[in-house]
Ligand binder design. Sequence first.
Ligand code: C2E
Ligand code: MG
Ligand code: MG
Ligand code: MG
Length: 292
Amino acid sequence: RAKELGGDNYKFYTRAMREQLGERVQIESALRRALERHEFVLYYQPQVDIGTGRIVGMEALIRWQHPEMGMVAPARFIPLAEETGMILQMGAWVLRSACQQLRTWQCEGRRNLRVAVNVSARQMAEQGFVGSVADTLGEAGIEPCCLELELTESLVMNDVEHAVTVMHELKRLGVKLAIDDFGTGYSSLAHLKRFAIDVLKIDQAFVRDLTVDPDDAAIVTTIIALAANLNLEVISEGVETLDQLSFLREHGCHQMQGYYFSRPVPAVAFGAVLAENEAQLAAGGTVPLGVA
Ligand code: C2E
Ligand code: MG
Ligand code: MG
Ligand code: MG
């Protein structure tokens, strides 16, 4: 197509293409450098069982501690990491760090904790992904059932047949699988039936206006019912207020994650969040109040 536009345009087009390529190489090397210089850190956000008031797990969320830009949110670099393929090394690092951190907390006596890790499409598609998950678990010394992998609908729909195969292999390994941002993607109920998943994570977009928007309320209660009927666990993300919490509890969703409980925090601070939760439970509390 560029050639049809004539000589000058052709040159312009190829230069633009070259620049784009250069930019990609730059981004890729910036991400690689960041990995080598240990500029990535994991933050952890608690997942709470509102029935018992106990923190049952946490989601690991990556941050880039950039020397000049400061703390960079994943939305700003995950898509680039996916595009350049750096997500493979980054994802492997996330998985290893999260498993090692969980092991540390387990050794400190925090049993029955699980860690949720986000997985991207490129990782799922990679040959040997399941084997590398098994190796990482073995090296960290944690039980497969303590690891939950969060997959998105779009990731799975990318290549349904392959995803279904990998999900069943992961399931056989014993790890838990969750569908993240559930309700925002394109998977059909027919697909859902074939996925070897354990958990539906209700997207925060539906939770936000839950108590004022009847449509969101209907969607959320429908997802909760769907999970119950399919024998899946259900967890809500983005819970910020007591009203949202009450609605969700009344409608049968007992696992929650959101700023109401805690923002994602570094590992050391998360240790304090866990200690606080233990203290609240010991004092007879059931609903952990905001600690953020
Ligand atoms: P996600 O997996 O759906 O993670 C939930 C996001 O919602 C997180 O944003 C979290 O900080 C935010 N959040 C939690 N509670 C609340 C709340 O009450 N209110 C609001 N408004 N937001 C809340 P974050 O950490 O910026 O991550 C954004 C996305 O980046 C994640 O969405 C996930 O898709 C991706 N991501 C993060 N870490 C990783 C990673 O290690 N690997 C991969 N592949 N993706 C990651
Ligand atoms: Mg997630
Ligand atoms: Mg999510
Ligand atoms: Mg999200």
